[in-house]
Design a protein around this ligand. Structure first.
Ligand code: HEC
Length: 147
């Protein structure tokens, strides 16, 4: 199961790469423009496309989404950062999905996804400080802590 997951992730990364190349090819202007393709439209692949593709390819591995207003303590900085960064590839994951001891591992994996994908699309990476706030928030409202 583990290696299977890896394979699928690899496939997604490969495909996003290919899609990126095709985007460059089919739009010679962006090549001539030098940095052009990095400006404006927010990268080669918009977030809408990214989410769409993720859903189609790995729908069963993505977290069930909730509404931002259904987050615990929705006005907190943690909730706001979670909503900003963690909805870029899939729906908003509920903190109660994992226990406080499980979250660091899942979070680290998500950071890897973000780092990799920020190179080819318009994915934003949280700063170190923001990472701490998000992880804290997830753990504070994790399955073993939520009432
Ligand atoms: C760059 C894209 C991307 C971003 C941004 C992202 N994820 Fe994910 N997420 C994925 C992919 C791909 C999967 C399915 C594969 C996996 O689980 O690693 C996934 C799956 C998940 C799952 C279900 C799998 C599990 O172990 O429960 C959770 C929960 C999750 N993400 C939480 C988050 C959180 C929290 C954030 C924000 C810190 C986040 N994601 C940001 C790509 C992303």
């Amino acid at each position: 199961m583990k290696s299977n997951k890896r394979l699928i992730i690899g496939l997604v990364l490969l495909l996003t790469g290919v899609a990126g190349l095709l985007a460059i090819r089919s739009n010679p202007m962006s090549m001539g423009g030098g940095m052009g393709m990095m400006q404006g439209g927010g990268g080669m692949m918009g977030q809408g496309n990214m989410k769409e593709m993720m859903k189609r390819m790995m729908g069963d591995q993505l977290p069930p989404g909730i509404d931002a207003t259904d987050l615990p303590d929705p006005q907190s900085q943690g909730a706001r950062l979670l909503t900003r960064y963690c909805t870029q590839c899939h729906d908003l994951p509920p903190p109660a999905l994992h226990t406080s001891s499980e979250w660091p591992k899942v979070f680290a994996r998500m950071n890897q996804h973000m780092k990799m994908m920020s190179r080819m699309g318009s994915i934003l990476n949280p700063t170190g400080q923001e990472q701490l706030i998000i992880l804290n928030y997830l753990q504070l409202h994790a399955a073993d802590n939520s009432e």
